[in-house]
Design a protein around this ligand. Sequence first.
Ligand code: C5P
Length: 323
Amino acid sequence: MSPAYPAYPAPPVPVTVRVPAKVNVQLAVGGLRPDGYHDLANVFLAVSLHDDVTATPADTLRITVEGPDAGRVPQDRTNLAARAAELLAARHGIEPHVHLHIAKDIPVAGGMAGGSADAAGAVLACDALWGTGASRDELLEICAEVGSDVPFSLVGGAALGRGRGELLTPVETGGTFHWVFAVADGGLSTPAVYRECDRLREAAGTGSGVADVPAPDPSAELLDALRNGDPRALAAALNSDGGANDLQPAAVSLRPSLEAVLRAGTEAGALAGIVSGSGPTTAFLTEDGAAARKVADGLRASGTCRAARVATGPADGARVITR
Ligand code: C5P
């Protein structure tokens, strides 16, 4: 007769976590702080492009990546996913032995928090695999240590990020927004885009320090549009004077070809077009799903981008999809 319970604990099985990309519907950038960061009012929206991070038991820490851009992702301990696994293991006094496999669909170095998503996915997957039982707050602390955008990748939905972007409060959304993302050839370095933002401010004579730049604040008009699920009102906020993304002039200065992409998207019928975060991905808001498919077709025909991807937001944060 077989026993009611196995004689030994069941061996751990792979754990897969799905994590969303994000777009910053507002990215207000304050002055350069003494610690090298900028204070932000960062309105994040998670969108339905995902990476899947699978954690499997291993004798050492190993990273593998699959997907069209896998060659551009580090497969060593400099990968943010490895860093997240190491921080969780160190806090719990265990070795960070795990094989993390990343199935990558989020554009690499594109301003859509792909690396941050993988770190958030890794910390959640390792917590489940190792049975470390970390609290939500501990997971968020580890995420913030890895990078400013990582806590939002864990949380998903829509949120306002203050501080350097890691201090999150939820933002209410009253509906689904339809987006098209124009993926550029190659990436842009986030620190380089922030440096260019400072340089442009200095060149304009306004200064780039905390004392020179007004403290960043979220736009009431934009938060209302999100709460009401109103794409036209959100588009008006995105198109408002000075724009919703303070990093956009810097991204365009480093990559002037983005002007043509932004033009092509609006000519194809988008309600608004912005650079996503530090770029070079551009994000186009549309009225509905049918309009999004039409804008994506127009962008592909324009020849101004490598690919055009349709997605909706808000999307869920990091979650275990298999165990
Ligand atoms: O936090 P994270 O490592 O993702 O940030 C990458 C770089 O982006 C920082 O080293 C800094 O140059 C820039 N950054 C910034 N202000 C922020 C967030 C990021 O200047 N609030």
